[in-house]
Design a protein around this ligand. Structure first.
Ligand code: MN
Length: 346
């Protein structure tokens, strides 16, 4: 752990990095707002103008909100490639720890010089500089302190990134709110570009998802406050999530169930308002024995291998799948029993 005094901490951090040394700042898996904001801030602290520094993530850009954040704030983050390890002499990780990368053969053994995070400390690593504060709501909170301590200019771009990182990780300070989180929130709030934050938050799906919405609306069936739609083949299962979330915006509906087939699996996404309802329990009760299923009270998902369905259905067609889902889920969700398995197919 770095010293407790903020100015000493900053000194120690900067001592790790020699002039001209190439720095690689890694983000674990999908770049989320907290990791992106923190990576930007660390780059600024160590490389004022961004030279000799690469920001890379080991997964892929998942949520459209995160893609919008990267695009609108022009964050120069790229996908990690093994060759980067040769080209950079110094490795840093923000909003994660070396142990997280054990699932990546290229990174399982490497030495991280700098580790800054707010998750509980993992065992089994040592870094030249580490600052891990599990009580903090976000790594962005830690990085805001560093930038303030450094007297570097808090640009609008950086304030917006850190603010959004803090906001998403703490659910707008509803989930966690230490004094440091609140102080960072107050400091950043007056410096952010709220238009960008609003647009980022509005970015729920990519344009190519629109055709699935059309299918979902045409094929929807409703019974009571349950809306159900089977999309057939989908490119990625995310579209089921996006359609289900969209359906939850219909005020008469308390349940949204959207399914699709992708990569040899039937994916069922369940959403509900949580009032006397439990999507996670429903998913595991109904699908626990045929596939992997579970989730929270308001959001859940089940994945069933098509091979598994072949034993349950004489023929795995979209109509058969609809009928299967309606009868399976109908065991626990009475209104669904009123539906038929056959719907209009465009
Ligand atoms: Mn975080």
């Amino acid at each position: 752990m770095a010293g407790r005094d903020p100015s000493r901490r900053l000194e120690l951090l900067r001592e790790v990095v020699a002039k001209g040394e190439k720095l690689l700042i890694l983000i674990y898996r999908n770049p989320d707002p907290d990791a992106l904001g923190s990576a930007l801030a660390l780059r600024k602290l160590l490389r004022k103008t961004g030279e000799n520094c690469t920001l890379a993530y080991t997964g892929e850009v998942g949520r459209p909100e995160n893609a919008a954040m990267i695009k609108l704030l022009r964050i120069p983050v790229v996908a990690f490639e093994k060759s980067m390890l040769r080209k950079h002499s110094l490795l840093a990780v923000v909003d994660a720890q070396p142990g997280f990368f054990m699932d990546n053969p290229d990174l399982a053994e490497v030495h991280f010089s700098i580790v800054i995070d707010h998750h509980p400390r993992h065992k089994g690593f040592s870094a030249d500089f580490e600052d891990i504060r599990p009580s903090f709501g976000s790594t962005s909170t830690i990085m805001t302190e560093y930038i303030r301590q450094s007297r570097l200019k808090m640009t609008t771009t950086m304030a917006t990134a850190l603010y959004y990182g803090l906001e998403t990780d703490t659910a707008s300070l509803q989930r966690v709110a230490t004094d440091a989180d609140i102080a960072a929130f107050r400091y950043l709030r007056s410096r952010v570009n709220m238009h960008i934050i609003r647009k980022v938050k509005q970015s729920h799906f990519p344009l190519r998802a629109l055709d699935y919405f059309a299918t979902a609306i045409v094929k929807k069936q409703t019974a009571g406050e349950v809306i159900f739609s089977h999309l057939g083949m989908v490119e990625v299962s995310d579209v089921c999530v996006q359609v289900a979330d969209f359906f939850m915006g219909i005020y008469e509906m308390g349940w949204a169930i959207v399914s699709g087939i992708t990569e040899g699996e039937l994916v069922v996404v369940l959403r509900c308002d949580g009032y006397k309802k439990d999507a996670g329990k429903l998913a595991s009760d109904v699908f626990g024995s045929v596939g992997s299923a579970g989730g929270h009270r308001t959001m859940a998902r089940a994945e069933i291998l098509l091979a598994e369905l072949q034993t349950a259905l004489p023929k795995v067609t979209n109509e058969a799948i609809e009928g299967y889902l309606i009868s399976m889920i109908g065991k626990r969700l009475k209104p669904l029993r009123r539906l038929t398995g056959l719907t209009y197919l465009p």
